[in-house]
Design a protein around this ligand. Sequence first.
Ligand code: ZN
Length: 227
Amino acid sequence: MRTGIVYHPDYLLHEQSPTHAERRERIAYTIDMLDEEEIWDDAGIKRINPRMAAEDEILSVHTGDYLRRLKEADISGAEFDTNTYGPPGFLKNALLSAGGAVTAGEAVMSGEVRNSFALIRPPGHHAGRNFAGGFCYINNVAVMTRAVQNSGVKRVMIIDWDAHHGNGTQDIFYDDPDVLYVSIHQEHCFPGTGKIKDVGDGVAKGRTINMPIAPGSSGRVYRYPVL
Ligand SMILES: [Zn+2]
C-alpha cells in the first residue's frame, strides 16, 4: 500500500452553525469526489479508520488549564473568539480529529503505508498551547508530531500551506529546536501573525520559517527559489 487516507463519517458531525465557513461541506464535497473517482478501489489507496486522541496526547501539546477549559466548554458551550464557538459536545469531534492525525502518522511509522492524508475536521493550526481560535480547538498536526516523536522520530518538519498563518502551531513549537515549522501564507490575512522576522526563540532560532506572500500568488511564486 502506498497512500493511506484517514477518514470517518463522524467528521461530518461537528457544527458551529449550518452556514459557518467551517461546516461539514468542507470535507463532504471532497468525499463525494473521492467516491465518484472510485478512489477507494485503487490498489494504491488504503482507507484507515481513526481513533480518538488520548488525554496524555492532548497534554503533550496543550496545557492542563486549557484542557480544563475545553472540558467545561464541552458541557456548557463557549465562545473562544468571534468566529470560534465550541458547541456542547464538540470535544469528542475534536478528539477524533486529533486522533485521526495521529492515526495517519502511526500508519506511516508502522510501515502500513508510505504516506498518508488525514481528511479530518475540526481543523487545528490556529489552536495554541493555551488558546483556541480560527475554528480550531486542538492542534491536530502538533499532537501527531509529538506522537511520532514519542515513537522514535527525533526531528519533524511541518509545512503549512493554508492561506492563513498557523499561529497556534508556531506558538507550540516556537522554542523547540527539533521541530521545523514552515508556513507559506497570505500576507495581512487572518490572524495577522507570521512575519518573516519571526524565526523561533532561543535554541530554536531558525526553526520557524514564515513566508508571507501576496494575495493571488501563482504556482510560480511557490516554486521561486529563495535559498
Ligand atoms: Zn486557517
